[in-house]
Design a protein around this ligand. Structure first.
Ligand code: C2E
Ligand code: CA
Ligand code: CA
Length: 559
């Protein structure tokens, strides 16, 4: 240990120095209080042995001042000729830990120091453990927060900057769930090692919990060099991992915030790096994003909407619009598509594109979807849609519904309660649903198919467009995405895609619906290509239930 001995009696000081040196300690000495404080600040000893009786500043005062300047506990032993109750009380109040008679035998001194050393070692160990992540051995969140606070204190009055990276492993849960926690743990250990390997000595890395890591890069600014550096980290982390008999590849999403531009306290900096990381995730994962004000506002808006979504159902803020689907040649209505609307108390009618992704992410889409299906069944009963020959009621299905084993039961119950034929319904699924959870969603789709439900592939051509699912899933209809229709008369490539989809549909005996028809030219073109059905503003916009009632009356009267 490094021991500071303070005593104004020079012979005793020399005796202490000799005794402690022979026990292999490193000794610093001072003969008065002010010198002791100076040496303490300059060289941070592990133990202080402090004479009580000294002129000017006594040992108690020195101890008090040391406790004031140093946040960490450093053991202090007082030296005194008299150790009575009054002295002991004063010593403890001043922040001392123990007493040693002056003079004491070498053995007594050695024993006291040894005892102190044991306590000191235990304390160091605890200190280390409290700052260390048990799994990976790198710093933990607590140490990270302490470090960043300390850095902000240091950097406050300088022009220095530092950068915070918030790193999250993409799809780590999948590895953990499918290969087991042991493999997951080993992967995290390896990631920590590689991260440490990438960094400079002055940089700091911590595991924040789960598969999240944080890095502090000192004296770095947002510039090209930082870009290069982050790319390097990402490359090192994405090199294959060999764990047991398996080889894994991982990607990372990284959010970046910079002190002081993105925050001047640790929680704001961390939150902003986290938001940027989240942004990286929404950009399709496997990339990095710098924090921006816009992101923060969008993020806050999103959180707000998510909260409000929780109450929207019970507050009856949802309604359903219906858009007619036409037979393009004879302009007859052959079906309607149910489209959700949220009448937000502050923002008015919100488009589903804005809130459905949020509802999906938080799972609220499930109760909402159940409500939608109940509602359209009631409406279908009221309108007696089953009495219109070959009519179809289309509705949009969220991926989560196909992952929920209760979905077929919910549909069956609503359909039966309203005494409707199942074949009236056409469930619109996106290609992404069909691909991403193939085996599980196949089960739910099979069950629904057995009930007699029809299926359409929505937004065809925008997903991964693997044609194989047209074969494996019981699909009746393909809906050509409105994005292709938009340019079908002006862009030869879009025209080629649309024509090909229509041909494909014909060959496979599938029904084709073109979405988003807005102009006569588009309509004529589609008819020319042999497209049978379509919907869009030109034909009819989505209508409220009341307006749809009127339209349906008209159809009945005309037919
Ligand atoms: P989608 O299924 O592709 O629905 C067609 C969208 O095109 C609707 O947008 C409709 O209002 C809009 N539209 C209709 N005619 C035209 C047109 O001529 N031009 C253009 N540019 N657009 C037209 P909406 O109602 O805003 O819905 C957006 C998306 O939200 C839907 O796209 C669907 O994916 C989703 N969605 C809507 N309702 C539901 C629902 O009840 N459940 C679920 N899970 N998703 C829904
Ligand atoms: Ca749709
Ligand atoms: Ca669509």
């Amino acid at each position: 240990m490094k021991i500071l001995v303070v005593d104004d009696a020079k012979t005793h000081l020399a005796y202490m120095e000799k005794t402690l040196s022979s026990l292999n300690h490193e000794i610093l000495t001072a003969t008065n209080g002010p010198d002791a404080l100076k040496i303490f600040s300059a060289s941070k000893p592990d133990l202080i042995i402090l004479d009580v009786n000294m002129p000017d500043m006594d040992g108690f005062e020195v101890a008090k001042q040391i406790r004031n300047i140093e946040p960490e506990w450093i053991p202090i032993i007082f030296l005194s000729g008299i150790i009575d109750d009054k002295n002991i009380e004063k010593g403890i109040d001043a922040g001392g830990d123990d007493y040693l008679y002056k003079p004491s035998s070498e053995i007594a001194i050695a024993a006291k120091v040894k005892a102190m050393q044991r306590i000191y070692d235990i304390k160091n160990k605890l200190n280390f453990l409290s700052k260390t992540d048990a799994l990976t051995g790198i710093s933990n969140r607590f140490h990270f927060e302490m470090t960043i606070k300390k850095m902000i204190d240091e950097f406050k009055n300088t022009n220095s900057t530092f950068v915070l990276l918030f790193i999250d492993i993409d799809n780590f849960k999948m590895i953990n769930d499918s290969f087991g926690h042991l493999i997951g743990d080993n992967l995290l250990k390896e990631v920590s090692k590689r991260l440490k390997f990438c960094l400079r000595i002055d940089d700091f890395v911590a595991r924040m919990g789960g598969d999240e890591f944080s890095v502090i890069l000192k004296d770095v600014e947002i510039n090209d060099l930082l870009n290069v550096f982050i790319k390097k980290i990402r490359k090192v982390l994405s090199t294959p991992y060999h764990i047991g008999k398996n080889t894994f590849c991982i990607n990372t999403s990284i959010g970046v915030s910079c002190y002081p531009t993105d925050g001047t306290n640790e929680s704001t900096l961390l939150q902003n790096a986290d938001i940027a990381m989240y942004h990286a995730k929404t950009m399709g994962k496997n990339n990095f994003q710098f924090h921006s004000k816009l992101q923060s506002t969008q993020f806050k808006q999103k959180i707000l909407l998510e909260n409000e979504l929780h109450f929207a159902l019970e507050r009856k803020e949802f309604s359903i619009n219906y858009q007619s689907i036409y037979h393009l040649k004879n302009q007859q209505i052959v079906g309607i598509e149910a489209l959700l609307r949220w009448n937000h108390p502050k923002h008015g009618i919100l488009s589903p594109d804005l809130f459905i992704p949020i509802a999906e992410e938080s799972g609220i889409i499930l109760p909402i979807s159940e409500w939608i299906f109940e509602e359209i069944c009631k409406q279908a009963r009221e309108w007696s849609l089953d009495k219109i020959p070959h009519f179809k009621l289309s509705f949009n299905v969220s991926p989560l519904q196909l992952l929920n084993k209760n979905t077929p039961d919910i549909f069956e119950r609503c359909i039966k309660e309203n005494n409707l034929p199942v074949h009236l319904f056409e469930a619109e699924l996106t290609e992404t649903i069909l691909i991403s959870h193939e085996t599980f969603s196949q089960k739910v789709i099979d069950q629904l198919h057995k009930l007699g439900m029809n299926f359409a592939v929505d937004d065809f051509g925008t997903g991964y467009s693997s044609f194989s699912h047209l074969k494996t899933f019981p699909i009746r209809t393909i809906k050509i995405d409105k994005f292709f229709i938009k340019y079908v008369t002006s862009n030869v490539k879009d025209a080629a895609i649309v024509e090909t989809i229509i041909q494909l549909g014909k060959r496979m005996h599938l029904n084709i619906i073109a979405e988003g028809i807005e102009t006569e030219e588009q309509l004529n073109y589609l008819i020319k290509c042999g497209c049978i059905e379509g919907q869009g503003m030109l034909l009819s916009p989505p209508l409220s239930a009341d307006k749809m009632s009127i339209l349906l009356e008209k159809i009945r009267v005309e037919s």
